[in-house]
Design a protein around this ligand. Sequence first.
Ligand SMILES: [Zn+2]
Length: 453
Amino acid sequence: MTAGLIIDAGTIVTMDPAERILSPGWLEIRDGSIVAMGAGTSPRSAKGTRFDARDAVGLPGLVNAHTHLFQTLIRDLYDGLPFTEWLRGIYHVGRAMDDEDWRVAAALGAAEALLAGATTVVDHQFLQRGTAWSEALIDGAMGVGVRLALARTAMDSGILAPAEALEDEATALAAIDTLLDSHRGAIGSGMLRLLGGGNTPGVSASGALTAAAARHARERGIGISMHVAESTTVLEAVRSATGFEGVVPWLDGLGALQPGTIAAHAVHVSADEIVLLARRGVAVAHNPVSNLFLGDGIAPVAELLDAGVVVALGTDGASSNGTQDPWENLKTAVLVSRVRGNSRWLTPREGLLMATINGARALGMADLIGSLEVGKRADIALVEIGHAAHAVGTHDIRSHLVYCARAADVRTVLVDGRVVVDDGRLVGLDVPGLLAEARGRATALAQRLGVSD
Ligand SMILES: [Zn+2]
């Protein structure tokens, strides 16, 4: 038993099944878990170090359900390209990267996530070299203290990716088995999850690979992550190769839609496909900023939610976003629903559900994270209110968090009960050193890619 930590917060937005808001509220944390909580101020009987957060709102650490951390080194390259040309550029980046680039990019992206209160990050990794780049990414991200879900996906086909980014099915699945084996401890503790999957079925993953990855995931009891119907060009590729109208029925025919599957994007899905996603228990990672950046369209999120699909939020990689900012992404998700044809408007409440508990549900981790409840791991973001000009005059806490809160308002972050951000600074990390190294590597990488300015 370690000494407890008691947090007194001005407000706690629990995101529990009753969606309770405690104002004020308190939490007692011990051995990484929330062991007691309630409304009002903490009782004298609660033992441990007291942390005064009466000027802050406590909420579950946000879940970024879809990103590619390697892109933090190539943030503003490849802007303004149509989807297919953008993808060709991204697929070629691996040719110029080494193991250390992957480690540093992951550390940088994880640092940006934690500073903004995103405590769990799903990295959908492609451009593989066996397990080396997965190991580098795990080391970089987890070294900073984030809870990581690594989707080690595979590519085996298509005209966009260079030969060295492709691998056969046996190699890809063996790599996942190796990673599962070598990270049993972290997986057992809940700090690491591994997923598989074909990267972008129809564009860079064949039907055979996609089906084999899903089968393998079922056998191993792990999830899968795939890019699904992101752009109309993906629909056209699937139609011309298979005759299927729509990516979802093709994937279903392959047996690739199952509980534990995260379909990233699902921008171009019909009403029938939405019903099918719901029936198969597939979760969707909605990436509104990325979809706008690439001109992909606006996903039918209200329709997906109304059909019972678990929709989580992802920033996507920095190459189709700019940042890894979950707040900007959350606000965009709610606002962009208002200009999507006949869709109903998403509410701040729905936005917060997507950013927290739905991310946990998509990962099959809702028993551990995604809400503040007794028995769950203590992944907590404390957002300061009432200090900055934009944060004064708060009347509705959910609206405030969605429309007004910024990453810089996050002052304290806990992951697994450990304080990883204290007063806006990462604990135990040489941030200037990390930034300097990332800066140097980003410059050198752009030069090797021949796209530096
Ligand atoms: Zn993506």
